[in-house]
Design a protein around this ligand. Structure first.
Ligand SMILES: Nc1nc2c(ncn2[C@@H]2O[C@H](COP(=O)(O)OP(=O)(O)OP(=O)(O)O)[C@@H](O)[C@H]2O)c(=O)[nH]1
Ligand SMILES: [Mg+2]
Length: 304
């Protein structure tokens, strides 16, 4: 299956709801201002957020007034084009060739899919010929180390670990030293997830970052925040909190396959202005896709 089809599959729920609502709004009546207001609500229901939905509908109304929009198909086409414009600035693929070792620090609240995403990324980099090391800095949750080990075995990559409950920054330190000593291309650090409102978590992450940075001047080269699409608007709050506390350089959005809230990716691009590196559309290795604005905007409005 091609990437566009995969994203389309992943966004099925979001798209079906959005299209059904739009078609219902415009059915059998001429387009007017009210119809656009109702479409704005449909976007908000897809978790696009008030500010971004308004912004998008203004652009659409403008095109309608200039005569670009007459049919339902025109609405879909123009909306898709305007969505692509909003998403385009967030399209920036992660280039792990830039440094050696390229250090990725992965962050996010509990259960969003950090560890799974790490495994998927490791597989992807491995396939492009890179050597990988994983650092098990989630020493907080019972079984977190074992979970990462299971992935490491499946991928046949090494892992640096300490005992449960030990200092995550010490694991990060050993991981960085080992990466340098072994000539590793990409080091990915797994971390513990707790609520973004947990100050201990933020302090722990800052310390890891500091230790990594002390060993390699410009590392971590990527501070990657993982957010879960099923959290919708709350994921935006998480992203803001992590970004303010730690400084995020890229975002991964997971679980787009299980939600009708796919619209929340728009305010991430529009308001947070952070690069979206990958999107997750399932639990398997190859269900991680580099983010491409045009694919996403098509997948939101064009059926299979
Ligand atoms: N459907 C779907 N499930 C996913 C995706 N990514 C991760 N998951 C699932 O989400 C669950 C949690 O994933 P983990 O990788 O353990 O999440 P985590 O952030 O490491 O969790 P903690 O370590 O507890 O903070 C698992 O059941 C994964 O299989 C995705 O893109 N789609
Ligand atoms: Mg984990």
């Amino acid at each position: 299956m091609g990437l566009l089809d995969k994203i389309k599959n992943g966004l099925t729920k979001t798209r079906e709801q959005l299209i059904t609502r739009i078609e219902w709004i415009v059915q059998g009546k001429p387009l007017d201002e009210d119809a656009f207001d109702e479409m704005e609500e449909a976007l908000i229901l897809a978790d696009t957020g008030i500010e971004t939905s308004q912004f998008l509908m203004e652009r659409l109304k403008d095109r309608w007034k200039r005569g670009h929009i007459k049919t339902t198909q025109d609405i879909k086409t123009c909306m898709s084009e305007e969505i692509e414009k909003i998403l385009k600035p967030a399209e920036a693929h992660l280039n792990v060739d830039a440094k050696k070792p390229f250090v990725i620090l992965t962050l996010g609240v509990n259960g969003v899919g950090k560890t799974t995403t790490i495994a998927k990324m490791a597989k992807m980099f491995q396939e492009s010929g890179k050597t990988i090391l994983l650092g098990a800095c989630d020493t907080f949750r019972a079984a977190a180390i074992e979970q990462l080990e299971v992935w490491a075995k499946r991928l046949n990559v090494d892992i640096i670990k300490h005992k449960e409950g030990s200092d995550p920054a010490a694991v990060a330190y050993d991981s960085v030293r080992a990466s340098i000593a072994r000539g590793i291309d990409v080091l990915i650090l797994d971390t513990a997830g707790r609520l973004h409102t947990n100050t201990n978590l933020m302090e722990e992450m800052k310390k890891i970052k500091r230790i990594v940075n002390r060993e390699i001047q410009d590392a971590p080269h990527e501070t990657l925040l993982v957010v879960d699409a099923t959290n919708g608007q709350n994921a935006i709050v998480q992203a803001k909190t992590f970004h303010e506390a730690i400084g995020v350089t890229g975002i991964v959005i997971t679980k787009l396959d299980g939600t009708a809230k796919g619209g929340f990716i728009l305010p991430i691009a529009h308001l947070l202005k952070l690069p979206i590196r990958y999107i997750g559309v399932g639990e398997k290795f190859d269900d991680l896709i580099p983010f491409t604005a045009s694919y996403f905007s098509k997948a939101m409005l064009e059926g299979n």
